[in-house]
Write a protein that binds this ligand. Sequence first.
Ligand code: NAP
Length: 286
Amino acid sequence: MVKLLEGKRPSDKIKYQVAKEVKKLDVKPKLSVIMVGNNPASEVYVALKHKSCKEVGMTSDEYHLPENTTQEELEKLITKLNTNPAVSGILVQLPLPKNLKTSRIMSLINPAKDVDGFNPVNIGLLTIGDKCLEACTPKGIMLLLEENKIPVEGMHAVLVGKSLIVGKPLMQMLLNRNATVTVCHSKTRDLKSLTSKADILVTAVGKAGLIKSDMVKEGAVVIDVGFSRIPDASTQLGYRIAGDVDFENVKHKCSWITPNPGGVGPMTVAVLLQNTLKAYLMQGGR
Ligand code: NAP
């Protein structure tokens, strides 16, 4: 029978543990969030991050910069936060406006404050399997597997999506746990022939219904990271949220499947809080 890989309980458990640690600290960890422009989806995510920090007793502040911010202005702010001892973690909300060089910005964040795990130092440490700040969504997926005692070693994991945010760091985390990993993307030929071989299938594309029943192996573990807004006049918001997986038709074939929403999303936020505490401790509790 299919089991749901729900994120609520394990993410609450992580938040509870973080809150317990934070309570013991005289000076609380602080997350500084930088947002450039007025992307409505980003505004929702940023608000959720502030709310979550508050829930676990951490502080947070926000630098909301205008759309026309220059590379130089953004770099100057990051340099200032890098050396501010009151700031434990720095998060630059993505995507950035097109005139800004995201990779340069990620490289500039102090690796010890890089709570998103996108700085090349942290990516390199992850690659060699050393202690580092790890990207939140893939780390959340690994914790979801661990929490439900789903074995990874020796399994064939197929990832659909190779972004720096999800696919690439997840590939490394799975390899570090001795899975055999195949990474697919928009230029992959015959996606179905690969996804249908997966013991663990993770999809992070953002195309609703991309993964259909005939693309999934019987008994597979299916993790749906995708997030799309589908216009739907019958809902209060005028849209509904959908993942990449055709959930209703795929679920019967799976041993485990994430609901979406309610699977990976809560884990991402919980790992961000965990990373902020870790960053604080790595900097000697400042
Ligand atoms: P992204 O940077 O746009 O990457 C999308 C990936 O999908 C790319 O690697 C792309 O291939 C691949 N792709 C596009 N069309 C494809 C197709 N037809 N077949 C196979 N692969 C295809 O996106 P992202 O930032 O990784 O996010 C992916 C999705 O996950 C989005 O819906 C996002 O909202 C969601 N997300 C959710 C969370 C969460 O916490 N719940 C966190 C992060 C992201 P190329 O590389 O060849 O272009």
